[in-house]
Design a binder for this molecule. Structure first.
Ligand code: UT7
Length: 338
């Protein structure tokens, strides 16, 4: 019998104030509001001002999560930071966040699982909590995509989809009393298939490219921008998200019909609609935010969680399922009682 459980005790999020609508993008890229809405469901997204970094967004989200948990920031004993758009190549952005939070000498870990990053981070944090070694882990998903995308018509297939934002949760150690009723992470399942890594990636800078990590030719070819085979990603996303949701339910001994709320990664409204259709999940149980934020990659799930709480849709004691899919390819699922 397990002694401890991991409970989500605090949730916070932050998006930069500047809103960029599809109509704004029409002026930059060879695109239309109609195309973007029809293909992805996105209406608008947020972009940072030039002076704002990834760890700035994370700081705001983290402070809100800490306040919502009702703890002092000194009670945090680990940070797990998921991002694909770090402040700098190294060190990990978690270290910059730690300094901004002013928390000394705790463990800080960056992970690079892209759109699946938050669930990977949740899973890692859960294991540390259950081992008894840590009490309050700050998990952050944060992205600044706007500075890293091709804002010429060449980049239109990717640039219209992504936005900036951050979400954070506090995962806390509690005594396990009732495995059915207690708020806790019930299961997490993590997967990857690196044979498809180059279907969605940023080639440069990188020491895998030859003599130089980055050179003028690479920049002229646009290798510093995300490259995506959208159709392949779409097909794998729907298949893998539905698979890992089903297997997570089995592992947690719950039925899909018993799940109160589905917090999916937000890459494309059509992906989530398709997954819901494949698993006969009623639309009203899926909480989507992509319409107003676009794809904020590692931030989508905690950002959605925070919005769902504020909207009164996610309430303490509810059974929640999450699933995500992204670059790597990586995919993952989580079942938890909030
Ligand atoms: O978190 C994981 C990250 N990514 C994903 O999950 C993305 C998964 N894939 C998708 O969401 C979809 O594949 C997209 C939204 C990216 C694209 O939708 P699609 O229905 O697969 O469109 P497509 O790529 O086949 O492009 C259709 C047409 C093409 O023109 P032609 O060849 O038919 O003349 C594109 O050039 O749409 C064109 N197109 C655009 N037109 C206007 C591509 N991007 C745009 C754009 N605006 N922004």
């Amino acid at each position: 019998m397990m002694k401890y459980r991991s409970e989500i005790t605090g949730v916070g999020s932050f998006v930069p104030p500047k809103v960029v609508t599809n109509f704004d993008l029409e002026k930059l890229l060879d695109t239309t509001d109609e195309w973007i809405q029809q293909r992805s469901g996105i209406v608008e997204r947020h972009w940072v001002e030039d002076s704002v970094s990834n760890s700035d967004l994370a700081l705001e989200a983290s402070l809100r999560a800490i306040a919502s948990a009702g703890i002092e920031k000194s009670a945090i004993d680990m940070i797990i930071y998921a991002t694909l758009s770090p402040d700098h190549e190294f060190p990990g952005t978690g270290c910059f966040l730690q300094a901004k939070l002013g928390i000394p000498e705790i463990a800080v870990l960056d992970i690079r699982q892209q759109c699946t990053g938050f669930i990977y981070a949740l899973s890692i944090a859960d294991k540390f909590i259950l081992s008894g070694s840590h009490r309050n882990i700050l998990i952050v998903g944060s992205e600044v995509h706007s500075k890293g995308m091709d804002k010429s018509p060449n980049g239109r297939n990717v640039t219209v989809l992504f936005g900036d934002g951050a979400g954070a949760v506090i995962l806390s150690r509690k005594d396990l009393v009732d495995p059915i009723k207690d708020s806790r992470i019930m299961t997490t399942q993590l997967f990857a298939d690196g044979s498809l890594a180059k279907e969605l990636w940023i080639p440069a800078p990188g020491v895998g490219l030859g003599k130089d990590r980055v050179n003028h030719q690479m920049l002229e070819e646009g290798l510093q921008y995300p490259q995506m085979n959208g159709k392949t990603v779409f097909v794998h996303a729907t298949k893998r998200m539905s698979e890992c949701l089903t297997s997570a339910c089995k592992e947690a001994s719950v039925n899909l019909q018993d799940i109160d709320l589905f917090l999916f990664h937000q890459a494309n409204l059509r992906i989530n609609t398709k997954v819901a259709e494949m698993l006969s999940i009623p639309d009203e149980r899926v909480f989507n935010t992509i319409q107003k934020y676009g794809n904020t990659t590692a931030a989508t799930i905690p950002l959605g969680m925070d919005d769902a709480i504020k909207a009164g849709v996610l309430k303490k004691g509810m059974l929640v399922a999450s699933a995500a899919f992204g670059s790597g390819f990586t995919w993952a699922s989580a079942i938890f009682r909030y």
